[in-house]
Ligand binder design. Structure first.
Ligand code: SF4
Length: 217
């Protein structure tokens, strides 16, 4: 399975190229982006981040000091802005005042204890902001790998993450790229209605093999 997962990775990398800068340039920006991206697409998050950047407010200490109404106004493009503003201020306060655990396993537990941070957001922060090798699972990952015949479409977050981490050695660069590449695949070919003809994985995919009309002739 390790070889197979590396093969998938190589194919996607060859097709789409490196995409690892997609989440932000600084630790704070990555954390803020990871929270803003909940229930919206990245383009909307970029608009919200740009509003904060232009006012020099794109940092956790700045967010921690803001009034919810002002932050909500600035992050409006990301949707659910009132709720996200309150959460962001609370999370920024926690991360800037609490003593954070050193050990990754305890840091992840701490992140999960904060209201508004679920497993996907926690692992995005662990991987992209703090540089610890936690494989990020999202609905796109489940969609792609269930169609490929490698997991159930109702597999739990924990089960699928454990499966990836069992077979892929803990490599921050590979984990970062892999997640970003899967997002790209899900947005270009493995859509809700898959476009297998345009997919670089079609020869490895059970769905495409079982639905040859949808794959290349
Ligand atoms: S071949 Fe089709 S179903 Fe399989 S991963 Fe690609 S787009 Fe999705």
């Amino acid at each position: 399975m390790t070889k197979f997962l590396h093969k998938v990775y190589r194919i996607l990398l060859e097709e789409y190229g490196y995409r690892h800068k997609w989440y932000g340039d600084t630790k704070d920006e990555i954390i803020i982006g990871a929270i803003l991206t909940q229930n919206t697409n990245w383009l909307n998050v970029e608009k919200a981040l740009a509003n904060l950047r232009v006012l020099n407010l794109l940092s956790l200490p700045s967010i921690a000091k803001m009034k919810p109404e002002k932050l909500a106004f600035l992050i409006r493009p990301s949707g659910y802005h009132n709720q996200k503003a309150k959460r962001l201020i609370y999370i920024a306060n926690s991360l800037t005042t609490d003593i954070l655990p050193d050990k990754p396993v305890y840091l992840r537990e701490y992140l999960l204890s904060l209201k508004g941070i679920g497993p996907e957001t926690a692992d995005c922060i662990m991987l992209y902001a703090y540089g610890f090798p936690y494989f990020v699972i999202d609905t796109y990952t489940t969609r792609i790998f269930s169609r490929m015949g490698l997991c159930s479409d109702i597999v739990s977050y924990q089960q699928l993450q454990s499966w990836f981490m069992q077979y892929l050695e803990p490599d921050i660069k590979v984990y970062s790229e892999y997640h970003a590449l899967l997002i790209n695949l899900a947005k270009t070919a493995c859509l809700k209605t898959p476009k297998c003809k345009e997919c670089p994985l079609q020869e490895l995919c059970m769905y495409a093999i079982n639905n040859p009309v949808e794959a290349k002739q």
